[in-house]
Design a protein around this ligand. Structure first.
Ligand code: FMN
Length: 149
């Protein structure tokens, strides 16, 4: 079972969330590999059984530029059997809170087997842990239904 967590982060909030979720997923005995978007081998996307995407939101509810090649790869490659999840951090001050998560969610729903999504306000807090655990739990359930874990 190959699972990748691919994220982008400028000020560290999404990185922190990725680290928390990575720890929870690994806690289930799944060999999750953590990549920044720059490290991720995009050409090997279809070789992964599961891809968990983490993104902040930029501009006016926009996907950060560095994440666009990954977004397009899901549109252009055969990714329909990949189990996916998307999480992100954002700021409720903006009208399109975590807009990048919504955009990935809508695309992944069509192009892959989307399991679960998660939005966190800025830096993950103690009260977010319960939602993080639920995210990992729902992802695991979906993996157990489809991939041998
Ligand atoms: C110029 C700018 C535009 C932003 N636009 C949005 C937005 O439209 N929606 C949102 O939810 N957050 C927005 N944010 C907030 C960031 O997404 C948020 O701070 C996020 O946690 C940053 O993630 P990072 O620490 O992983 O880089 C914006 C922040 C900046 C600086």
């Amino acid at each position: 079972m190959k699972l990748a967590i691919v994220y982008t982060s400028i000020t560290g909030n999404t990185k922190e969330l990725a680290t928390i979720l990575g720890g929870l997923i690994k806690g289930y005995g799944i060999d999750a590999q953590l990549f920044t978007i720059e490290e991720f081998p995009l050409w090997q996307l279809s070789q992964f059984d599961a891809v968990v995407i983490g993104t902040y939101t930029w501009g006016n509810g926009e996907i950060p530029e560095e994440m666009l090649p990954l977004f397009r790869a899901f549109e252009n490659q055969d990714t329909h059997s990949i189990i996916t999840s998307v999480f992100g951090t954002g700021d409720q001050f903006y009208p399109h809170y975590c807009g990048a998560v919504d955009k990935f969610r809508d695309m992944l729903y069509v192009q892959s087997e989307l399991a679960v999504t998660l939005k966190v306000e800025l830096t993950p807090q103690l009260q977010d842990l319960k939602r993080c655990r639920k995210f990992a739990e729902l992802l695991l359930q979906r993996l157990q239904q489809t991939v041998h874990v």
